[in-house]
Design a protein around this ligand. Structure first.
Ligand SMILES: Nc1ncnc2c1ncn2[C@@H]1O[C@H](COP(=O)(O)OP(=O)(O)OP(=O)(O)O)[C@@H](O)[C@H]1O
Length: 328
């Protein structure tokens, strides 16, 4: 349970905790009782398909909008009763960028320093350090509207850091970025965490969550469908299988008849046998193929990844234990 988090003794407060968060727009329920517990100093990824309510959750936790129900504490402060203290402790970047394209990157930074009531001297010092850290020195005197997507995101995060936030909400920080800029952003996020910042990240990229997050929650239909480390989530779904592919339709048909427990893909002439991918299971499958004289043209081992988790948990009618393609 959340504590009021006043900085007394005892265990440090969670970075973010929420119980039963609810939000509806008209008769559409967007969040239907969301519970979260994010330890301070960790990276948390909220995953979900388009329209799942990720941005809504970020907006509520960063006090941009109010929830219809539930309670939450951010940096130890109640988001309703102590919204001002929450705002002082957090930074938010992403879909609602604070970058003003008409002024230069440096001017954007100095403006932010003014907003945080830093002295001119201190503002200049921090601006110079952050422009350097985020590789924006060369572009500093150019209007931000001329920046690439990756540079704008870097500037956005640099501006957020002027306030020395303890918690940063990154709403889809790499959407639309090319692979190099995405990797660059991952390095930046890792750097923030190394500095002790708690990162709340929303993303549609499973690889991103896998790479960065200590814990991941999958939001679906307004509820947390699953929560855990990437490995814990991968163990939730039976996505592991051995795939046998054939080129000759008759061999494929014979194999399918003999291997009745395998899921069929008639178009690709492929069979999928559920398997944990262990050496013992592989050996028994190979022995069985030898003994029946079935020879596949290709054999691949597939272990569950976050894609499997995502598809299993966010399918319209979730039936995770059944293979998608079944025998006809
Ligand atoms: N101000 C609003 N008024 C009405 N409906 C809204 C409003 N804001 C969000 N919604 C609806 O709430 C749902 C969740 O939106 P939200 O932006 O939180 O989803 P998301 O998970 O961030 O999606 P995406 O990945 O597409 O950004 C959507 O169906 C959206 O249309």
């Amino acid at each position: 349970m959340p504590t009021s988090g006043k900085s007394g003794g005892g265990a440090p407060p969670a970075g973010v905790s929420a119980v039963g968060l609810r939000k509806s727009y008209g008769d559409k329920t967007v969040l239907d009782g969301v519970d979260l517990h994010i330890p301070a100093g960790s990276v948390f990824a909220l995953l979900g398909p388009n329209g799942a309510g990720k941005t809504t959750a970020v907006k509520i936790l960063s006090t941009l909008i109010t929830a219809d129900g539930g309670r939450a504490h951010v940096a130890g402060h109640d988001i309703t009763a102590e919204a001002q203290s929450v705002r002082a402790a957090i930074g938010v970047t992403g879909q609602f960028s604070a970058v003003d394209g008409l002024i230069t990157g440096e001017e954007n930074m100095l403006l932010m320093a003014d907003l945080h009531h830093l002295t001119k001297k201190e503002g200049r010092r921090i601006t110079a350090a952050l422009l350097e850290r985020f590789d924006l020195v060369e572009a500093a005197k150019k209007p931000a509207s001329t920046y690439s997507g990756g540079m704008k995101r870097r500037l956005d995060i640099a501006m957020t850091l002027i306030g020395s936030p303890r918690i940063i909400f990154l709403d889809e920080p790499t959407t639309g970025l090319d692979p190099r800029s995405r990797h660059n952003m991952w390095q930046i996020i890792r750097g923030l965490v190394a500095d002790g910042v708690t990162v709340f990240l929303t993303t549609q990229y499973l690889e991103e969550a896998d790479q960065l997050a200590d814990r991941i929650a999958v939001l679906n239909d307004g509820r947390i469908a699953a929560e855990g480390t990437a490995d814990e989530l991968k163990r939730l779904v039976p996505g592991g299988h051995v795939r046998l592919r054939f080129t000759d339709p008759t061999t494929y048909k014979n194999a399918a008849a003999a291997l009745r427990e395998a899921a069929r893909d008639d178009e690709a002439l492929a069979l999928q046998i559920p398997s944990d991918g262990s050496q013992r299971e592989l050996r028994s499958i190979l022995d069985w193929l030898d003994s029946t004289g079935i020879e596949a043209d290709e054999l691949t081992v597939h272990t569950p990844d976050l894609d499997d988790v995502f598809f299993a948990l966010t399918a319209p009618a979730t039936v995770p234990t059944q293979p998608k393609e079944n025998a006809r």
